[in-house]
Design a protein around this ligand. Structure first.
Ligand code: SAM
Length: 313
């Protein structure tokens, strides 16, 4: 609660205003994200599901050939519908592994701890509820075996491009030589296809963004009028950055509890999230710059999305 307040207050007082996308995921945000995955325009989940439903066997073979015993760590698993294909394949190969999902949403971790043992009978599951790197620190004492890290859904795209190599270097500091990491990267494509995915006709992505204002109202006793904010994503073909903004429709002020007021000009934007798009070459360059060796590119049939397998050098 305190950290939430401090981060939100800092972002709303900054110029330009921003919010941290990890705060999208309260219980309502988790549910709206499940809806996003089903809207026709949101191709990312469908593309990555295409990869996992048809190529998990090949991926499991690569992993099982490397290690007899290991741990699978998934960063931000959400409802885990894609990785479940791989977990089933690994379990069917009689490999010895424990699955550690790490998610900031308590709701998600409780759900996975409850449901996974019956979906993949016999699989050991130990959910960790918190921020990625805090939980990786905690994991140090729990997991001493080789690791396979999954970071799917193009969540990496929510990290600004200029910080991406540092993110992977930090991740590498929690790994050992030979460990594997599989990351989902959304690839550059027709800009209209990309923008539509973040601005669906039914308005689900809009609701997802506005839900953070509702969360602030409920948690920090604020009085955002969500009807006075528009949802406006942008995409730059040049940089590959798809950015989501909420735009104040009028000059207004918003009270945040007893702490004070936030002032908005008409048309003033709150930066909500970046969803970076990449080329394969860019992804390979990131791997090498962060100290990994590219092992395999798994593409969907349209080549709109890629899961990149890297080995820790
Ligand atoms: C966009 S969803 C993706 C879910 C899933 N990987 C997929 O591909 O469908 C992002 C997930 O990461 C979690 N998350 C976001 N930021 C996080 C952070 N900093 N630490 C831990 N979990 C985080 C969210 O709670 C959510 O479950």
């Amino acid at each position: 609660m305190n950290e939430f307040f401090e981060d939100i207050w800092r972002g709303l007082n900054a110029s330009p205003k921003y919010m941290e996308s990890k705060y999208f995921y309260d219980e309502a945000g988790d549910a709206i994200f499940q809806e996003i995955m089903n809207v026709p325009e949101y191709y990312l989940t469908k593309s990555e599901m295409d990869i996992f439903s048809s190529q998990s066997g090949k991926l499991a073979d690569i992993i099982a050939n490397q290690f007899a015993a290991f741990d699978v760590i998934e960063l931000g698993p959400g409802d885990c519908t894609k990785s479940i294909h791989l977990l089933k394949e690994l379990a069917s190969r009689k490999t010895d592994f424990t699955y550690y999902p790490i998610d900031i949403s308590t709701n998600i971790i409780n759900q996975l701890d409850r449901t996974l043992p019956s979906i993949v009978p016999g699989m050991k599951v130990a959910g960790l509820n918190g921020d990625y790197f805090d939980m990786l620190d905690e994991l140090k004492d729990m997991s001493t075996r080789n690791k396979v890290v999954l970071f799917l859904g193009s969540s990496i795209g929510n990290i600004p491009l200029e910080n991406t190599v540092d993110f992977f270097k930090a991740l590498k500091s929690h790994l050992s030589p030979g460990d594997l990491i599989l990351t989902g990267f959304d690839l550059k494509k027709d800009p209209n296809v990309i923008l539509a995915a973040y601005n669906d006709k039914a308005g689900v992505t809009k609701r997802f963004n506005l839900n953070l204002l509702t969360r602030i109202n409920n948690t920090l006793d604020a009085d955002f009028d969500t009807a006075q904010f528009a949802h406006a994503p942008t995409y730059s073909e040049e940089t590959g950055a798809c950015e989501s903004y909420l735009v104040s429709m009028k000059k207004q002020r918003v009270r945040v509890g007893e702490v004070g007021w936030i002032h908005f000009d008409e048309g003033e934007r709150i930066y909500m999230e970046v969803s970076q798009k990449y080329t394969t070459k860019q992804v390979d360059d990131i791997a090498v710059a962060a100290g990994f060796e590219p092992v395999h590119h798994f593409y969907d049939s349209k080549e709109w999305f890629m899961d990149a397998l890297w080995k820790c050098a």
